[in-house]
Write a protein that binds this ligand. Sequence first.
Ligand SMILES: [Cu+2]
Length: 323
Amino acid sequence: MRTSIKMGGYVAGLAAIFVAALGVGGAVGSGSRPAPGGHNAGHAGDRREADAVAGAGTTPGGLQVAQDGYRLAPVTTSLTPGGTSAFAFRLIGPDGRPVTDYTPTHDKNLHLIAVRRDLSGFQHLHPAMADDGTWTTPLAVEAAGQYRLIADFQPAARAEALTLGVDVPAPGGYEPRPLPAPARTAVVDGYTVTLAGDLVPGTGSTLTLTVSRDGRPVTDLQPHLAAYGHLVALRDGDLAYLHVHPEGAPGDGRTPAGPDITFHVQVPSAGAYRLFLDFQHAGTVRTAEFTAYAGDVATTRPPTSPRSTPSPSAGHDTGHTHG
Ligand SMILES: [Cu+2]
């Protein structure tokens, strides 16, 4: 698989370290030359090593319109700003036909994220599929701009999920909003959600989101998508879609129904990220949004600065004249 090829060096390297640590690696650790059998060792290597480097070594999801023979093909090619219209698309498989068989992930055959390129207007949708493999959902678009549609799904023929993304315009005057400043607290619909934990570039970290209402912790969250919360993280700048896994599940005998919801997040790089937490309480799903930085803040775009304007050529007073 392509992923294995890309990470072969890492995995082989890790395998070599592990072998060396076991004291049987004398013939393996020979400088920069690939060790005989190292590739096989990598393939046989523990899945956890591959996971450990995945955040740093592979391309995040959602950045490509096609991958591994699968393609996201929008049927709707334009959205209506200020209104609701149907958004339809198909997922074309390696055989050139729309995929109709899926393995559910997080309780659904397909998750669709819609967000404007400036990370505003986030929506997490669950379209319905017709027999011919066409997915359709009503999509309300508040304002004009370029929208990113990200489909997260697992074809039944594949062992892993895929995340493909495509841009669809809502024609009109686009007024991008600055990214909100980083914050530890978000308020939505009378609920306050606080964020604990930090994003660490290139490695996994734990985030805990705590839900309260009127100053009291909410301890009767309702299961939503087979968890007490569903977190989507998008990278500012390219809208890379990060893999986020909830810790524990409703009914497993150890995961409380709030107020804390814990996630494991892998951040591929330093930069600014926007986090979107969907949680359900009293029969309604709400979304709390946060901006969070990973790593050196200086490497990220200033969140609230006005759009830069070209500076006038004030330094050009050389005053040279030639006679
Ligand atoms: Cu979903």
